[in-house]
Structures are given as C-alpha cells and as structure tokens.
Design a protein around this ligand. Structure first.
Ligand SMILES: O=C(O)C(=O)C[C@]1(C(=O)O)C=C[C@@H](O)C=C1
Length: 302
C-alpha cells in the first residue's frame, strides 16, 4: 500500500487535506514540512502532503524553499480547504497568558486575539496540532488549532469558527518523485521555479513569454537564494498542463531564456477553474501553426 507523509502531528489542516488526496494510501505524520519532503526523497514514503499557500498570509516558505532545493519533487494533486480555527485550552486554565500556533494560523487570527484574549502572548509552534499537544503538556495555555484537533487532543473548546478574514483558504500539494503526470483536464495548474539571471529585464522577459502565449499566472513568489545575498528565485504557477502544446511551447521558451528552470508539476486545480485561452493562443492554434511551418519546409506551401 502507498504511504503518504503529512505535515503533522495528527489533527493538522494538512492531515485533512491529505485524507482528501491520498485515495486509500496509508498516512503518517512527520513534524516538519522539510521532514515530509525528506522522507519522500529518501524513498521512505511514496508521497507527501504539505501546505503551499494561504489566502491571508501568502506562501508557505518552507514548502517553496524545500521544492527549489535538493532532489526534484513534483506536485501531482492539490486540495483547497476553508480555514477557520478553534481555540483550545486545558480545563484548569483560568487566564490565558500564552496562545500558541503555526505562524500562518496566528496571522489569520491576530485581530480576534487582540479583541478576545488581549492579555495572551502569541507563541509560535511548529503546527496548529503541535500547539494543541503543547497545551496538553502544559507548555502553553491555549492553542489556535484546526477544529478536528479536539478529536485527537481532548481539550476545552474556548471558541470555534475563529477567522479574521471570512472565506480564508489554504492550498495543499500532494508531492511525489518525478514520474508519470496526471492527465490534463482543462482546469489544471503548472508550477515552475526559475532562477532568473541578475540583469535588467530578465524576469520581465520570462513573464512576457507567458503573456505572449495568453497564459494566465495564478501565483508569483520570490524567495532568496540562500548564501547569495540579493539573489532570488521566482515561483510561477500558471493555468494549463505541460501536456498541452501551448504550455509546452511556453516552457520551452522559458528554458531557452534561462537554463535554471525546475518543473514542479502539472495537476488538476482543486477549484476546477478552467484555463482562460485567448484567441489565437489555443492548443489547436499551436498545432496548426507547427503543421503550417512543416508544410513550408517540405515545399508544399509558401
Ligand atoms: O498547522 C497546520 O494545521 C497546517 O496544516 C499548516 C497551516 C499553514 O501552513 O498555513 C495550514 C492551514 C492553516 O492556514 C494554518 C496552518
């Protein structure tokens, strides 16, 4: 049976995402995002489920950095979860002085904490569920956790449905070693990371290759190349699948301009949003244009 590691411990949002993506695989928790990627790279797991971006706090940098470095992994599926938190404490806690959670979770409830627990000092934990474990152990007074956490850690529920921003969401990836890709569906996302050259216009040139082909970007993030101050990698997510001629043409153009492009996967979008395709930039247009050039080469057309 396939084994999938998830960013744990049990009771994280990531576990919920992994359950929706794993398709009957055995799931097991690991303590950090980097450990989840490592067990796949070492062959100790067939895949890993990790968060990648949140609609309030933005990119999950441990995931981005982990995908850019070391042996390549590719995303083969994604899940999108609505994020609302429960605030958990122990029965014996009368006044909450410390409230722990993952940094992304604390960022999503900052206003709520200011209004409802003004005396409490926010403390960073490795995940929302790790914060709940810490409350059980007496390390913190309260945890901002996923609603399912209380099923694993029997704590007192101080509040439910906590979220400063209604409709907050986090997107999660199922990562595997490079191998066969999922079939294109028409509502797909492709991800790459590029170390653009340090010269005027190099990023603009890469973006222009996508724009010229009518390819819609869904995310652009920059992360520093560690140990090389002032140098950045750029993470592009865009609509479409590498199996499509228009996307293959764009990737080839990016690769021509920059030999430091890493493919991070093509997979169906969790929100099912179909790619916008501009007039003259559809797959048939690319195939027909190639066929026309071929005919010209053969002397059949002028
Ligand atoms: O700590 C968790 O429960 C996670 O799965 C991580 C994570 C994140 O990285 O954004 C996932 C969803 C929430 O936005 C808060 C934390």
């Amino acid at each position: 049976m396939a084994r999938i590691a998830f960013f744990g411990p049990e009771g994280t949002f990531t576990e919920q995402a992994a359950r929706s993506l794993a398709g009957g695989a055995e799931l097991f928790p690991v303590e950090t995002i980097s450990a989840a990627l490592t067990v796949v790279r070492k062959g100790e797991a067939d895949g890993a489920c990790v968060p990648v971006e949140n609609s309030v706090e933005g990119p999950v940098t441990a995931t981005l950095d982990g995908l850019a470095e070391d042996a390549p992994l590719v995303a083969v599926a994604e899940a999108l979860l609505p994020v609302q938190f429960s605030v958990l404490s122990r029965d014996d806690v009368e006044t909450v002085r410390t409230v722990a959670s993952h940094p992304h979770a604390l960022a999503q409830v900052r206003l709520w904490l200011e209004r409802n627990l003004p005396e409490a000092r926010p403390v960073v934990a490795s995940s929302t569920a790790a914060a709940a474990v810490g409350v059980q152990r007496g390390e913190y007074d309260a945890a901002v956790a996923a609603p399912v956490a209380v099923e694993h850690y029997p704590l007192r529920v101080l509040a439910t449905g906590v979220a400063d921003v209604p409709d907050a969401r986090t997107r999660f990836l199922l990562l595997r070693p490079p191998g066969p890709l999922p079939e294109p569906t028409g509502a797909d996302r492709t991800s790459i990371v590029v170390a653009a050259a340090n010269r005027t216009g190099s990023l603009a040139e890469l973006l222009t290759e996508l724009a010229m082909r009518g390819i819609n970007l869904t995310r652009l993030d920059a992360r520093p190349i560690k140990g090389d101050f002032g140098m950045y990698r750029f993470f592009f997510d865009f609509e479409g699948h590498v199996a499509e001629p228009r996307i293959a043409d764009a990737l080839a153009a990016l690769r021509r301009r920059c030999n430091n492009v890493r493919f991070l996967g093509s997979h169906p979008r969790a929100d099912g949003v179909e790619a916008t395709v501009q007039a003259g930039a559809g797959n048939d247009d690319f195939v027909n244009a190639d066929a026309w050039v071929e005919s010209v080469r053969k002397g059949e057309l002028a």
